[in-house]
Design a protein around this ligand. Structure first.
Ligand code: PEP
Length: 249
């Protein structure tokens, strides 16, 4: 079965609820005929307002993190069921900024991913190497560890999305070449299939993330291994984000 492309915006800590509603209002008509899955991953506090704003459109709602416990004494955290009750369908897990600034590890990524899946959310799990690691020839080794430790216990890979995000390409304007992204995503797919055979790994969707924009989306999305994009900066501009959604035009 062909893998349906998925373009997801990561607003990060941008847009108040009212700004988010304005952005969605502008975006809705621009993506009304989208053929791929379109997602906006918004700050948690924006969720109620953006939920209303996306109603009746192609745009699906996503969050940017989730805690792994069902409930309890975890001040400041948000559970998968809390997101689910608000109509959230997707959640980014293990973004490199969370790994870098908030102590996220492959182990916590794994716990959050299993909790999100158990609640019926679709995790978008981010993996990727730093510039130092790529230049040191360590990309595959780093990815192997992230795949082995981050995806333990997953029963069905058709129910999650992986975002391959080379850290050196995030927010830097430096995109991996289409060939580099395709090759590395091909490697990730091969590795997941090898480590998790019989877990529907053939239906796993893998996005590229890292300075994807209106100008380079077409070439990146034309690569056979690339099933979508996780978009930071360009997702804050409705016209740019819509142009990426329409990569096939
Ligand atoms: C991201 O934050 O996931 C990302 C890919 O950001 P940008 O598109 O701005 O590089």
């Amino acid at each position: 079965m062909a893998r349906k492309p998925i373009i997801a915006g990561n607003w990060k800590m941008n847009n108040t609820a009212s700004e988010g509603v304005e952005l969605v209002k502008a975006l809705k008509p621009l993506v009304a005929d989208a053929k791929c899955d379109v997602v906006v991953c918004v700050p948690a506090i924006d969720i109620p307002a953006v939920k209303k704003a996306v109603y009746g459109s192609k745009i699906k709602l996503g969050a940017q993190n989730v805690h792994f416990a069902e409930k309890g004494a975890y001040t400041g955290e948000i559970s998968a069921n809390m997101l689910k009750e608000y109509g959230v369908q997707y959640v980014i897990i293990g973004h490199s900024e969370r790994r870098q600034y908030f102590g996220e590890t492959d182990e916590t990524v794994n716990k959050r991913t299993l909790a999100a899946l158990a609640a019926g959310l679709t995790p978008i799990v981010c993996i990727g190497e730093s510039l130092e690691e790529r230049e040191g020839g360590l990309t595959e080794k780093v990815l192997d560890k992230q795949i082995a430790e981050g995806f333990k216990g997953i029963e069905d890979f058709s129910k999650l999305v992986i975002a391959y995000e080379p850290i050196w390409a995030i927010g830097t304007g430096k995109t991996a070449t289409a060939a580099q992204a395709n090759e590395t995503i091909g490697y990730i797919r091969k590795r997941v299939k090898k480590l998790y055979p019989h877990k529907n790994a053939g239906r796993l969707r893998i996005q590229y993330g890292g300075s994807m924009n209106a100008g380079n989306a077409k070439e990146l999305m034309a690569q056979p291994e690339i099933d979508g994009g996780l978009i930071g900066g360009a997702s804050l501009k409705p016209n740019d984000f819509a142009a990426i959604v329409h990569f096939d035009k």
